[in-house]
Design a protein. Structure first.
Length: 260
């Protein structure tokens, strides 16, 4: 049965209907979910609001790495500390670009008084090569985040050691999660909560960019569609300034079943 107010049952953070009052294209994630967000997760929610505010209708969804012009991970000129990470070829976006955008905008808030970062680390965070070409999967920070599988784990936990793995029952608003669907392929999103819908189906609520919502938006999806997941939380953002850009990652890691 759907709760009238958010509940935490055996670790599971379950949203109430009122928590979804903002609607699909809301820019008040920090105001609505921030009180439930641990650590730096509030800044991630603020990052969502910044990204969403650039396209209040979602901005469009497009994937086509061989198209001309090529796909754009995010639809606006994303910057870290004022340094450009992307000159977007299009105004559209896709899932890993949107979650990465929330991550970068969170860093801009956490380190609002800093503008210095070593060139090799800044270059690793870029979403394009310096000539404007596409940065391929698995290459440096963005390439790991954008990789097939559990990209936010590869980048945030293994590559940079800026985060920690979280089990599904301990997830809270502002955590990053990669979802593997039973139907195939996957999704890179920012978690907002678990939810019981009008059909009494257990669901996951997240923000990302997807075709069904015309780009950036909140989405509610039954967990019956999920094969497995991998949650991560940003816990050590200071590692941004010290991580080794040559660090390897292990892509052969198991997902977690949502056993709510």
């Amino acid at each position: 049965m759907r709760p009238d107010s958010h509940t935490t049952t055996e670790g599971w953070f379950v949203l109430a209907k009122d928590d979804l009052r903002g609607g699909m294209y809301d820019t008040r994630h920090a105001a609505i979910f921030g009180k439930y967000a641990p650590g730096y997760n509030r800044q991630v929610l603020e990052g969502i609001d910044t990204v969403q505010s650039t396209a209040m209708d979602g901005g469009g969804y497009f994937v086509g790495k061989d198209s001309v012009p090529t796909e754009s991970p995010i639809g606006y000129p994303l910057k870290l500390f004022g340094k450009p990470l992307l000159d977007p070829p299009r105004t559209t976006s896709y899932c890993s670009g949107s979650s990465y955008g929330a991550f970068i905008e969170a860093l801009n808030r956490i380190f609002s008084d800093r503008r210095d970062i070593s060139y090799d680390r800044y270059e690793a965070l870029r979403m394009q090569e310096e000539n404007g070409g596409r940065r391929e999967d698995r290459i440096k920070y963005w390439g790991k985040w954008n990789d097939d599988g559990f990209g936010s784990h590869y980048a945030l936990v293994q590559y940079s050691r800026m985060g920690e793995e979280i089990k599904p029952r301990d997830a809270r608003p502002g955590d990053f999660v990669n979802i593997s669907w039973k139907a195939g392929l996957g999704h890179s999103v920012v978690f907002l909560g678990w939810y019981v819908n009008e059909k009494d189906e257990k669901c996951i609520v997240y923000w990302s960019s997807q075709k069904a919502t015309h780009g950036y938006s909140d989405q509610v999806v039954p967990i019956s569609r999920i094969k497995d997941v991998k949650f991560v939380r940003m816990t050590h953002p200071e590692s941004l300034f010290i991580f080794d850009v040559s660090t390897p990652v292990n892509r052969d890691i198991p997902g977690d079943v949502v056993d709510w």
